[in-house]
Write a protein that binds this ligand. Structure first.
Ligand SMILES: CC(C)(COP(=O)(O)OP(=O)(O)OC[C@H]1O[C@@H](n2cnc3c(N)ncnc32)[C@H](O)[C@@H]1OP(=O)(O)O)[C@@H](O)C(=O)NCCC(=O)NCCS
Length: 163
């Protein structure tokens, strides 16, 4: 049982920035989880290109989850998030998402966007749980297999009223 969401009685899950040495493990997990995985070069961009960032969750040095984001001006984008099947429903994705929301909020983003397959009920449930709302459906966005994307958004509650 997880007491504070980061530790459990058996395994300690740690969260940190994705770096170049993580890429092979992240690519392996990406291939295991998605039918249309990102190539290695995309993750090189995540750890090197301006505006991009990534986080990994690890247990005893093994990557069990990751999430990537892109921030452009006031717009943040959750570009991907995945957790190894044997470590799901342990709040790993929640911790990754909360950290990305905190980064985006800290950079004064106004909202965060994402795309998800309509058939991905687990991810839709996860995003709804965390306050994302459906913005619109983008036809034929995905390949392998072809499918629409549901575009979701979450606005940051920031009181910009000057006193
Ligand atoms: C979606 C995904 C990242 C969730 O990861 P996770 O670590 O299992 O999620 P969490 O444990 O943080 O879940 C937080 C909450 O989200 C909701 N949720 C997560 N997975 C769910 C599922 N399979 N069914 C229903 N609700 C779910 C629940 O409300 C959950 O809280 P609870 O466990 O207290 O009920 C994971 O299922 C995954 O890697 N899926 C494959 C990759 C993927 O589809 N990524 C998204 C691409 S758009």
């Amino acid at each position: 049982m997880i007491s504070d969401g980061v530790h459990n009685s058996v395994q300690r899950i740690t969260y940190r920035a994705m770096t170049e040495p993580d890429i092979s493990a992240v690519v392996a997990l990406e291939k295991a989880v998605f039918p249309d995985p990102w190539p290695r070069s995309a993750f090189v961009d995540v750890v090197t290109a301006p505006g991009w960032g990534g986080l990994v969750a690890e247990i005893d040095g093994t990557v069990v989850g990751y999430a990537c984001y892109l921030i452009v001006d006031v717009e943040a984008h959750l570009t991907n998030i995945a957790v190894a099947p044997e470590h799901r429903r342990k709040s790993v994705a929640r911790h990754l998402l909360e950290r990305i929301l905190s980064v985006a909020d800290g950079q004064l983003c106004e909202f965060i966007l994402l795309e998800v397959r309509p058939s991905n009920h687990e991810a839709l449930a996860f995003y709804r749980k965390h306050g994302f709302k459906v913005l619109y459906q983008r036809p034929n966005y995905y390949r392998r297999p072809v499918e629409d994307a549901i575009v979701m958004v979450k606005y940051f509650d920031r009181d910009d009223t000057e006193t």
